[in-house]
Unconditional design. Structure first.
Length: 240
């Protein structure tokens, strides 16, 4: 079965229950879940480096839940990923910057990216972390993040979620463990390991915060997460 069909099968298996739970129990309007669908499966599979960039949650995704079906949301994701180069948000600016740096460091390797969020359901027409009720519904009725990892098999996972979302990484990634890095403080970088994660997986600041650090933390940027990522790719190159 293809990657996209496998992903869709997971989403379909949980959709009816999620719809009923959100209809019956949610006290405010959540947005639609972020459903992944690759624009070009063959290109992704043939890539030497498959990188998953993980954010927190969407700031709205096709309006309030219930106005889009699965196929429409999958189409939206494919179109958005194809057009990500034109986005001016810090998140996508950093994705382009990091992807370009990897490609320049390894010109003979094909790099493909996939975007995900640790919280699959955000707020409709609002920003920020959903309330505990939606988090609980997400966990009980749409706990798909680890299944997406299993299907997509990225070589690298970058959690741009910041230290305050470590609780959510623990919530949605089975048996995840964190390990301090000798060159970074806990808030700056944690190595992440799990049976579902590739060897090169780590959590660092959200791009919005990385952007604000640019001018006032030169010592941090002299040994930045991007530089460390390039170092670790070199160490893992023989196994990729």
């Amino acid at each position: 079965m293809s990657i996209n069909n496998s992903l869709k099968e997971v989403y379909v298996s949980k959709w009816d229950n999620l719809t009923q739970r959100l209809k019956d129990e949610s006290e405010y309007a959540p947005t639609h879940p972020l459903l992944i669908s690759l624009p070009d499966e063959d290109e992704y599979l043939k890539s030497d480096l498959r990188v998953m960039f993980v954010g927190k949650e969407t700031n709205d995704w096709e309006g309030a839940f219930g106005t889009r079906n699965i196929d429409q949301l999958l189409k939206t994701y494919r179109a958005f990923l194809n057009k990500q180069g034109s986005s001016k948000s810090p998140f996508w600016q950093y994705i382009r910057k990091w992807q370009q740096a990897i490609e320049e460091e390894y010109p003979n390797k094909k790099v493909s990216l996939v975007w995900n969020n640790i919280l699959k359901i955000g707020k409709a027409k609002e920003i920020g972390e959903p309330n505990e009720q939606i988090l609980q519904i997400n966990k009980e009725s749409f706990d798909v993040f680890h299944e997406e990892l299993k299907i997509l098999k990225p070589h690298i996972v970058v959690f741009w979620t910041g230290h305050s979302y470590d609780k959510h990484l623990k919530r949605y990634i089975p048996n995840i463990e964190f390990k301090l890095h000798k060159s970074f403080k806990k808030k700056q970088w944690l190595n992440c390991s799990s049976t579902y994660l590739p060897a090169l997986s780590f959590r660092t600041y959200h791009p919005g915060y990385l952007n604000r650090l640019q001018d006032r933390s030169l010592s941090f940027h002299s040994h930045s997460p991007l530089n460390e990522l390039l170092v670790q790719i070199a160490e893992l190159e023989s196994s990729l």
